[in-house]
Design a binder for this molecule. Structure first.
Ligand code: WT7
Length: 629
């Protein structure tokens, strides 16, 4: 690990409309945070009481470093909280899920309808021998049945492992085997950019090396039932049709596992992150409600796939535990044209929109004229997650999408944290480039390698200093890997990110610690140089790597994609070089700039610098099962 280093901080600041602050669930962040610090267990105890439990907990937490238990001996069912609680509590006819297909087809499931679907499918799964504690792999396109399958597992106490439908056969087989899944739930096809993705072929390939799978449930969208192989395949529709309608929710211990989810693996081989029932429910419920400020009439669209943690926590469990209406869309942001998302925001009256910087930069590349064609006045809150939101992208999002009206919550968190840990709570002043401050409920800091806090303006390691309810409990089959998170820096959970704080405690995330480049003895974060490049009007996206250099140790090489209308060439290379020099100084200037049509990314949209680096140095790129096609 590198030493700490100095960072030049952005000073722009946006002041939100005081009305949104007054009306927010957390109207006074500073006060809420100090109340939490004063009595952390009391804080979470109160949140947990807003949900339904079959048995109350004895203690809020038990901390036996590095192992935590939350809501000890409490009993609950998260699917019960996402469904039954609303059906009996006045939300029976409220839309829970609005699904939009690429073809334009739409389906609305009310809380009552979703409840019924989930109970029938849960009964179907149990007829296949799935019970509490057993693992079910879900490999589906973005259809309501994907969410139904997750909630059905939760209802039965089975542990789901959702694998994003864009992964290939090797990635799928590895995850099935690692989790030792007994049943696989899938579909024959998915649709993307007008093309058909043959999921069943991929599954059949993976199944040649997954002896643990006994049955595969197939949601048929194209093939006739007669095509299924009765020895190993089960028709989704038939399974549901013959299942009994009622299925009681199994009473789970707080600490029973809820799901395993493999991390996107932008750094090496995937790890099966394990989350448990009670703490995960409380953490995602609280952050969904407070960070997005969800009110009864809101319509939330989180553009992730339920196959990522973002989808688990902020499409499925958090928002449904709150009882909100969730939009899901199968397809891509720029198909059939770059206005597709904005059309949907307009037509469905989306009020809370949550997406990733990679998508925002893509929209920037197409230009503000696309969103300008639509009425986006329903939007009230904008969110970002997954990578640092470059100041330039922040500005664009704020003006071109939010009309200068909507607060932006840039949420920092991880598969491992299960819930948001840092953001700028609604109503607080926003600083482009900074995710914000720790949310009430989280104790986050920037420290040196011995765990001592570093002063403002000095970069260091982003750590979490106290356990939180929705923290990972282990890495499936590799508890030692779990302990590494807590053993690297004494007393802290090490997130693996570099960050810097300003005088007021705002945190800027600089990127993964392994993305740091040491040039002539100076530490340079890839994210800083990338943000400087992206702030140039010709640049859409940038990825920066370090290249070994005899003289300087490393030099910076930048890979750049351009906005529509910009022309690559030596002239632009010179201009970009001058541009970075002006904003970051000579030490951060790329020695080489290469123009590309697209950058290698993980399927969740993170730039894979490792792949660029391997290509540049003629090395083996390592595990690339998460690379986008
Ligand atoms: C890593 C976790 C958690 C949702 C999706 C990704 C990066 C995440 C931000 C943000 C800067 C961010 C970090 C983190 N990251 N959100 N708002 N600003 N960086 O989950 O695949 O587990 O990745 O994503 O590097 O460690 P994940």
């Amino acid at each position: 690990m590198a030493e700490t280093f100095a960072v030049k901080l952005e000073e722009r600041c946006y002041y939100p409309d005081p009305r949104c602050k007054a009306a927010a669930w957390t109207p006074d962040y500073t006060r809420a945070y100090s109340e939490f610090l004063h009595d952390p267990d009391g804080f979470w105890d109160q949140v947990a009481r807003e949900l339904d439990w079959f048995e109350p907990w004895d203690r809020v937490k038990e901390w036996n470093y590095p192992y935590a238990k939350w809501f000890v001996n409490g009993r609950l069912n998260i699917a019960y909280n996402c469904l039954d609680r609303h059906v009996t509590g006045g939300r029976r006819d409220k839309p829970a899920i609005i699904w939009h297909a690429e073809s334009g087809e739409q389906q609305v499931l009310t809380y009552e309808a979703l409840h019924h679907e989930v109970m029938r499918f849960a009964n179907g799964l149990s007829s296949l021998g799935v019970g509490k504690g057993e693992r079910v792999c879900i490999y589906m396109p973005l259809v309501p049945e994907q969410i139904v399958a997750m909630l059905a597992c939760a209802r039965l106490g089975a542990v789901h492992s959702v694998v994003f439908g864009g992964f290939g056969a090797d990635a799928l087989a590895m995850r099935i085997n690692d989790a030792d899944a007994k049943v696989l739930v899938t579909a024959d096809v998915g649709y993307r950019r007008g093309k058909t993705i043959p999921l069943r072929e991929i599954v059949n390939d993976a199944l040649t090396r997954t002896p643990c799978v006994e049955k595969t449930v197939v949601l048929r969208r194209e093939i006739p039932a007669a095509d299924l192989d009765p020895a190993r395949e089960v028709d989704y529709a038939e399974l549901v049709a013959r299942a009994a309608p009622d299925c009681p929710a199994v009473s789970m211990d707080s600490e029973d596992p809820l799901f395993i989810l493999y991390t996107s693996g932008s750094t090496g081989a995937p790890k099966g992150i394990v989350h448990t029932c009670g703490g995960y429910m409380v953490g995602t419920y609280y952050t969904a409600r407070h960070d997005f400020d969800i009110k009864e009439t809101d319509v939330l669209w989180c553009t992730a796939d339920p196959g990522w943690i973002t989808g688990h926590s902020y499409i499925v469990y958090g928002p449904l535990a709150v009882g909100t209406t969730v939009v899901i869309a199968e397809g891509t942001p720029d198909y059939p044209d770059p206005g597709a998302y904005w059309q949907l925001v307009q037509d469905l009256g989306v009020t809370i929109f949550y997406t990733a910087p990679t998508a925002i930069r893509m929209f920037m590349r197409y230009g503000a004229e696309w969103p300008a064609k639509y009425d986006l006045s329903s939007l009230r809150v904008l969110g970002s997650v997954g990578e640092p939101l470059n100041p330039e992208a922040f500005e664009w999002y704020y003006h071109a999408i939010g009309g200068g009206r909507c607060p932006i919550v840039d949420t920092w968190w991880q598969t491992e944290t299960g819930m948001h840990m840092i953001t700028t709570m609604i109503g607080e002043p926003m600083r482009p480039g900074f995710a914000g401050k720790p949310i009430p409920g989280a104790v986050v800091d920037v420290v040196d390698r011995r765990g001592n806090p570093v002063p403002p303006g000095t970069g260091g390691f982003l750590v979490i200093k106290e356990p939180w309810p929705s923290m990972l409990r282990t890495v499936h089959g590799n508890d030692e890997r779990y302990r590494t998170y807590w053993n690297t820096i004494p007393g802290c959970y090490t997130a693996g990110d570099l960050a810097v704080k300003d005088e007021e405690g705002y945190i800027m995330v600089l990127g993964r610690a392994d993305d740091l480049i040491v040039v002539a003895g100076h530490n340079i974060g890839t994210a800083e140089v990338e943000s400087a490049l992206v702030s140039h009007e010709a640049v859409a996206e940038a990825a920066v790597i370090g290249k070994p250099d005899a003289l300087k140790g490393n030099v910076i090489k930048a890979f750049v994609t351009l906005r529509v209308g910009a022309t690559p060439g030596d002239g632009l290379v010179d201009e970009l070089t001058r541009h970075v020099k002006k904003s970051l100084g000579p030490v951060a200037v790329p020695a080489e700039i290469e123009f590309m049509d697209r950058l290698p990314k993980t399927r969740s949209g993170k730039i894979m610098r490792r792949v660029l680096k391997a290509r540049e140095l003629g090395m083996d790129p390592g595990d690339i099962s998460t690379l986008e096609e």
